[in-house]
Design a protein around this ligand. Structure first.
Ligand code: NAD
Ligand code: DAU
Length: 355
């Protein structure tokens, strides 16, 4: 079996669902169930013996080692993290705890487990660490995209905490020989994306008749990748990646935020027109910028294509269409995650923000 952390979050749950759709191998899904973890994402696996869920905190190293020893996985795929940049600005402590100390505790447990494996099992074992392009910092308009050898320059508490975890993973390979793999991916979007992030927030707010908040001038650029393409890339790295290596993953889809929001409005205008006949674009509002906002991310994903033959299957056009349709068909999922603590976050981040 494989041991997945954070498998009830956005990317982790898509990964577990895709894994079970394409493989008979079982998944141990270890997740703390923070505000971002949602077992409803995995409802379709109810009763499926291949999916074993355990609620646990990766910071609890003894628990991680006990789970490894009792379930004997051949690999760990580590998604668990605090993942939202704006939350890291309002309160970085949870990011340090989970992304740095939690990754450290998990690495220590993995090292102890792996050290006791037989030669063949030890050689086949993999620790795959899921990370982000944000560790490389911000690009100017004409800079080359991030490659695996771009120097780290994280700018937010979130990206600094992910950079720290990447360095720990590197050190565990270099010092102890732990067979690690690291992936640094660009912005994902698709089903089960928590509506605090730009794309699902805009879809949910548009349908609710609320403002579509653009930070600053909206000219910041991100590279967008449909989530199932990210999951396929991770499977490819797990299968064929060379221990100790880093693989950048991206969609070759650089878009300014304002362009992303306008595209979503145009799809919604076709799929769920407003009652008054006006465009959803009328709901766009520019608000005060994110402090330290990175201007541009771009990923050079040629290494994973060259070495492992991975390429994204979706374009930005097909991926955004699918995403909007998923949110239209799953408004109960959105309503469920928006109840409770979500409202407190929306008030904290957007009320009195100014323009
Ligand atoms: P998410 O916030 O949607 O999900 C994170 C999951 O981790 C949740 O289920 C949460 O309950 C769990 N978790 C948090 N703290 C935990 C702890 N201490 N112990 C156990 N579980 C814990 O995040 P996501 O967007 O799915 O991102 C998953 C991973 O991918 C993260 O490591 C993130 O840095 C990375 N990543 C995300 C993106 C993106 O665009 N979302 C892009 C590149 C890389
Ligand atoms: O690049 C990969 C990263 O992408 C991941 O590591 C992070 O976990 C993930 O959250 C994402 O980070 P971003 O900060 O890029 O994503 P977010 O959806 O929060 O914002 C995307 C862009 O949209 C960013 O430039 C900020 C802007 N934005 C965001 C929100 C929530 C707005 O203009 N308005 C908003 O209300």
């Amino acid at each position: 079996m494989i041991f997945v952390t954070g498998g009830a979050g956005f990317i982790g749950s898509n990964f577990v669902l895709d894994w079970c759709a394409g493989s008979g191998e079982a998944v141990l899904n270890v997740d703390k169930l923070t505000y971002a973890g949602n077992l409803n994402n995995l409802a379709s696996l109810k009763g499926d013996a291949r999916h074993v869920f355990v609620q646990a905190d990766i910071c609890d190293g003894a628990r991680m080692l006990a789970l490894l020893n009792s379930h004997r996985p051949r690999a760990i795929v580590h998604f668990a993290a605090e993942s939202h940049v704006d939350r890291s600005i309002h309160g970085p402590a949870d990011f340090i705890a989970t992304n740095i100390n939690g990754s450290f505790a998990l690495l220590e447990a993995a090292r102890a487990y792996w050290s006791a494996l037989s030669g063949e099992e030890g050689a086949a074992f993999r620790f795959l660490h899921v990370s982000t392009d944000e560790v490389y910092g911000s690009l100017g308009a004409h800079d080359a995209p991030f490659s695996e050898s771009t120097a780290y320059a994280p700018n937010s508490p979130y990206s600094a905490s992910k950079a720290a975890s990447d360095h720990l993973v590197r050190a565990y390979h270099h010092t102890y020989g732990l067979p690690t793999l690291t992936t640094n991916c660009s912005n994902n979007y698709g089903p089960y994306h928590f509506p605090e992030k730009l794309i699902p927030l805009v879809i949910a707010n548009a349908l609710a008749g609320k403002a579509l908040p653009i930070y600053g001038d909206g000219m910041q650029v991100r590279d967008w990748l449909y989530v199932s393409d990210h999951c396929a890339a991770i499977r490819r790295v797990l299968d064929g990646g060379r221990p100790g290596q880093v693989y950048n993953i991206g969609g070759w889809n650089e878009k300014a935020n304002i362009e992303v929001v306008r595209t979503l409005c145009d799809i919604l205008d076709r799929e769920a027109p407003r009652a008054d006949g006006a465009s959803y674009r009328a709901q766009i509002v520019h608000v005060a910028d994110r402090p330290g906002h990175d201007q541009r991310y771009a990923i050079d994903a040629s290494k994973i294509e060259r070495e492992l033959g991975w390429k994204p299957a979706e374009t930005f056009e097909t991926g955004t269409e699918k995403t909007v349709r998923w949110y239209l068909a799953n408004q109960a999922w959105v309503a469920d995650v928006q109840s409770g603590a979500y409202l407190k976050w929306v008030n904290q981040n957007y009320d009195n923000r100014g323009t």
